[in-house]
Design a protein around this ligand. Structure first.
Ligand SMILES: Cc1ncc(COP(=O)(O)O)c(C=O)c1O
Length: 269
């Protein structure tokens, strides 16, 4: 079971693993989970529910109520949860990241995955980790042996140092302060456009909505202003025919100066 809109890799990972994706859509602007719809999608045939909080591309966070419902459904149908929490340190406005495994029922059935990608701005490293109860961890490790086999040792060692240094100092606070500044530059720039804006609670994405076709909007933005965004319909399996139509995802994982240049370009037409 995949909650849409979702990171574009998930449906392919499901198919590669021999699964059949079942989609539960959420919609702009708050992207809350419809718990009745979720309950209807999860059956005894469900093997895994994949969640991602903070969420790419919506910038939203799963609530305690939503996590509770996910754990209960997984337990009732003997399914598992894979919780992708790579944006765990990018949560704004004093809000807190709530790990799915913080729920006692969900914890027993959850594999939490994260990585250095977003937290240490090292997206090319492909160094990550999975945390799970022992039997699930054993299953992850036996599959890992036949998928990536191993990770690059020097990068693993560097990661261990980065995690230690971050834990000992104020790295995470500085990271958040930098991203908050970047977010505010982008939000101010977008306020001048004819878009509805969803204020992100987490991640480095801003989800917005335009009046018509999102792909046409993005193509025009690139051609007329030299600023790129991603059509939101790309994050839904039914593309323009579903709730993704009109959605446009902007990203602020850029230097503040680069974002200021983008802001000037957005104002210039
Ligand atoms: C939700 C989500 N999970 C995972 C990743 C990729 O993480 P990694 O670079 O560690 O493979 C991304 C990157 O875009 C992402 O948005």
């Amino acid at each position: 079971v995949l909650i849409e809109p979702c990171y574009d890799l998930y449906p392919y990972a499901v198919v590669a693993a021999g699964g059949v994706p079942v989609y539960v859509p959420t919609a702009f602007p708050d992207f809350r989970l419809d718990l009745d719809r979720l309950a209807a999608a999860v059956t005894d045939r469900t093997r895994v529910i994949v969640v991602n909080t903070p969420t790419n591309p919506t910038g939203q966070l799963l609530s305690a109520e939503e996590i509770g419902a996910l754990g209960e459904l997984a337990a009732r149908h003997d399914a598992y949860l894979i919780s992708d929490e790579v944006y765990e340190h990018l949560v704004y406005d004093g809000l807190e990241h709530l790990p799915v495994a913080s729920d006692p029922v969900a914890r027993e059935r959850t594999i939490t995955v994260s990585s250095v990608s977003k937290t240490f701005s090292a997206t090319g490293w492909r160094i990550g980790w999975a945390v799970a109860p022992q039997p699930l961890s054993a299953a992850v490790r036996s599959a890992h042996q036949f998928v990536t086999f191993n990770a690059t040792t020097p990068l693993q060692r560097a990661t261990a140092v980065m995690l230690d240094v971050a834990a000992a100092g104020d790295y995470y606070r500085t990271l958040l302060a930098q991203y908050t500044e970047r977010r505010d530059i982008l939000l101010a720039a977008l306020a001048g456009l004819e878009l509805e804006i969803g204020r992100p609670r987490g991640t480095y994405f801003v989800m917005t909505r335009c009046a018509g076709d999102d792909t046409a909007y993005v193509k025009d933005l690139i051609a007329s202003r030299g600023v790129a965004a991603i059509p939101g319909s790309a994050f839904y399996h039914d593309g323009q025919a579903g709730p993704g139509r009109g959605l446009v995802r902007f990203a602020f994982c850029k230097r503040a100066d680069t974002l200021r240049t983008a802001a000037r370009r957005l104002r210039s037409v």
